[in-house]
Design a protein. Structure first.
Length: 336
């Protein structure tokens, strides 16, 4: 079991984050809504910061395979993407928010117009193993889609697959992982990709254009990743056996900071547009907001009741949205 301690080498640059007491936190209660019958598997916030897409999944025997478009300012649904026959596991905005992309366990990738939800094009994913495409990421310019095998199904092909969004065809593969991946994230310039695999105990950095593996950080128990806006650092969320949030210097290949407070798997992490704060969403039922510079926990909430699956900042960095297994959506004004 890892302790919340940094190597002496980085004490001059990093820190250990610890939770503050409720009395110390600047806290504003989130507004939460029961949006779907079941848990959400996918979340994207539009660049303009007003709209969000949610992907429907299933939990507890229910079925909800609908994509939902929400106006975050008005806290209401403004569109639906209807047609998938299994869980939607990835969503993304395209074309300056005029279109949406979805990846589903029904083994299709689909592109839709917004807000009317008209299906524009689709592609059938190869094979019969729905878990072979369990984790996905779309490049910031919306041109590339990368998909990875989580390792739960029958497929033992752990190559990451790079697709053209425009033509919905495979362009190349990124080969190196020897077990399923848990999360993918593009760099802000879209040239590099981070992939985390708890199974082969690695976090890898790739050149997307030619498929080269640029670095292998050999960090075990990572289940979520995100780049900082500078593209030089990343935040890593820990598994159920680790449940810490770590900041890494990708160029120096060293750990800069460790944030402690969660007691369950960190399912998702996000970095504020200014790079000064981190969100972490955990299966312990909490969302936490961290100050990158001081390492202090600024605030947290536990209004999802069950596991929290996803979290993201609004474009202004002052608010956040999170989703849970029980179909709840929470909007939260953050301290700053």
């Amino acid at each position: 079991m890892r302790r919340c301690v940094l190597p002496l080498l980085v004490l001059a640059f990093g820190f250990v984050g610890v939770p503050r007491s409720a009395a110390q936190e600047q806290r504003e209660e989130p507004r939460c809504y029961n949006v779907g019958k079941d848990g959400f598997w996918a979340l994207a916030v539009a660049q303009e910061g007003r709209r969000a897409l949610f992907g429907g999944g299933y939990d507890g025997g229910g079925k909800d395979f609908v994509g939902r478009l929400w106006d975050l300012h008005e806290a209401r649904e403004v569109g639906r993407l209807v047609g998938h026959t299994n869980s939607i596991i990835h969503v993304a905005f395209l074309a300056q928010g005029r279109e949406a992309l979805t990846v589903s366990y029904d083994l299709t990738v689909r592109v839709w117009s917004l807000p009317d939800g008209k299906e524009l094009r689709r592609a059938q994913l190869p094979g019969k193993d729905m878990f072979a495409y369990n984790f996905s990421a779309v490049s910031p310019d919306g041109r590339l889609l990368v998909m990875g095998n989580c390792g739960v199904g029958s497929s033992r092909d752990f190559a990451l697959r790079v697709w053209s969004v425009e033509k919905l065809v495979e362009l190349r593969t990124l080969v190196g992982h020897t077990a399923g991946v848990n999360k993918l994230a593009f760099s802000p310039d879209g040239r590099r990709l981070l992939s985390a695999s708890q199974g082969d105990r690695s976090v890898r950095l790739w050149s997307v254009a030619d498929g080269r593996e640029l670095a292998n950080f050999n960090v075990p128990d990572v289940t979520s990743v995100a780049f900082f806006p500078d593209g030089k650092r990343a935040v890593l969320g820990g598994s159920a056996s680790d449940h810490k949030v770590r900041v890494w210097d990708l160029e120096a290949k060293r750990e800069l900071a460790v944030f402690c407070g969660h007691n369950g798997m960190v399912a998702d992490v996000a970095v504020a547009p200014g790079g000064d704060r981190i969100l972490s969403a955990s299966h312990d039922g909490t969302v936490r907001n961290w100050d990158v510079r001081t390492g202090k926990q600024l605030a947290h909430h536990d209004k999802h009741v069950r596991e929290v699956t996803l979290a993201a900042f609004f474009a202004d960095g002052r608010q956040a949205v999170s989703t849970g297994w029980n179909g709840t959506l929470c909007l939260w004004r953050l301290p700053h």
